[in-house]
Write a protein that binds this ligand. Structure first.
Ligand code: PMP
Length: 364
């Protein structure tokens, strides 16, 4: 609508307009309950119906079998960097990390406190522009799990398929914070998938964990109750007060994604948007550049630079004048980054591409 901007932020990020409107219409009095979702007891029948529907819609979207728990937790994906080794490893257990960007590196560093992680491949020396070919690294057969970050939000590097874990329990774990529900995923390939909600599926404050049921129940003794998956699974994510309003918002987004036709359709839309933007970059004769290897460019986060880097601040300013905001790259890498999550309309990318073309003509 007229008074909204195109928000290219990496997260918290733009949400679907119809979801916001629905939330607005239900804010004051949720479906005749006489109260807002923020005021409900998390143990009352109203909220229980909300969290159960959110879970069941997410299960439909991702086709999650009953072999998996779906948990709605707090603390962001960052908390999972610790919770995962605490729940799945003893302190002396080895685990393997493939590090394709800053978030995978952070997960690895946190894991060092609770197990013995090894980086079996890192893209750091090539400035995190690649995903390795799966025969170019060696997994430790004794590792408890293999960890990847499915989409590196800062560098814009995305796995298009997944390595087969060769550790003895065959466990692959993925941080899907920034591409969660952006495309179909075969959940059965993973032991655990985790994601902060605040990019594709809701507001910050909700973290979703999808975990194979046989992997819970062996947490290290020092594990805080709040990080123990078994406690949350046994209590259906209601061990303590959950982020109720955030879970409600995630539920509205899941419903919206199902109404759009599910994740096959969502992926098609995302591919169309990403192609438009990457084609504009690649056909600019070097005026704009994206450093990421073409085959692994993210559908969600598109980093790009200007050949004349001194013009970047102007570009960002001109975009803001036209109501396109949050295009500055992450402070660690500079340049620009357009995050084009599910809720970014095609028209938003079209407008950005039009500005890029104009800007190039005016600054040749
Ligand atoms: N992993 C990825 C891929 C992310 O993009 C982020 C947040 N930008 C995080 C982890 C950390 O998430 P949180 O801020 O929810 O802890």
């Amino acid at each position: 609508s007229q008074d909204r901007v195109f928000n290219f932020a990496a997260g918290p990020a733009t949400l679907p307009e119809n979801v916001l409107k629905k939330a607005e219409s239900e804010l004051y009095n949720w479906r005749g309950s006489g109260m807002s979702v923020m005021e409900m007891s998390h143990r009352g029948k109203e909220f229980v119906s909300i969290i159960e529907k959110a879970e069941s819609d997410l299960r439909s979207l991702l086709n999650i079998s009953s072999d998996y728990h779906v948990l709605f937790l707090q603390g962001g994906a960052t908390t999972q960097f610790a919770a995962i080794p605490l729940n799945l490893c003893k302190i002396d257990d080895s685990v393997d990390f493939i590090v394709t960007g800053s978030w995978g590196d952070k997960a690895f560093k946190e894991a060092q406190k609770y197990c013995k992680p090894n980086v079996i491949w890192s893209g750091k020396s090539e400035k995190y522009t690649k995903v390795p070919s799966f025969d170019s690294f060696e997994q430790n057969p004794n590792a408890k799990f293999l960890h990847i970050c499915a989409n590196e939000t800062i560098q814009g590097v995305e796995f298009k398929n997944y390595p087969t874990p060769s550790n003895k329990d065959g466990i692959l774990i993925a941080d899907m914070s920034s591409n969660f529900c952006s495309k179909p995923v075969d959940v059965s390939k993973f032991g655990l998938i985790y994601a902060g909600a605040q990019k594709n599926v809701g507001p910050s404050g909700v973290t979703i964990v999808i975990i194979r049921k046989d992997l819970i129940g062996n947490a290290q003794d020092i594990t805080p109750v709040m990080l123990d998956y078994k406690i949350h699974a046994d209590n259906k994510s209601l061990y303590n007060t959950p982020p109720c309003y955030g879970i409600y918002m995630c539920g509205l987004v899941f419903e919206d994604l199902l109404n759009q036709g599910g994740l096959e359709q969502v992926e098609k839309n995302n591919i169309k948007k990403a192609e438009l933007l990457y084609n504009a970059i690649d056909s600019s004769n070097g005026f704009y550049r994206c450093p990421v290897e073409k085959s692994v460019r993210s559908l969600m986060n598109v980093p790009f630079t200007l050949e004349k880097s001194e013009l970047e601040a102007d570009f960002i300013k001109e975009a803001a004048k036209e109501k396109m905001v949050q295009l500055k790259g992450h402070r660690s890498v500079g340049g620009m980054r357009a995050s084009i999550y599910n809720a970014m309309p095609y028209a938003g990318v079209e407008k950005l591409v039009a500005l890029m073309k104009d800007f190039q003509v005016n600054h040749r």
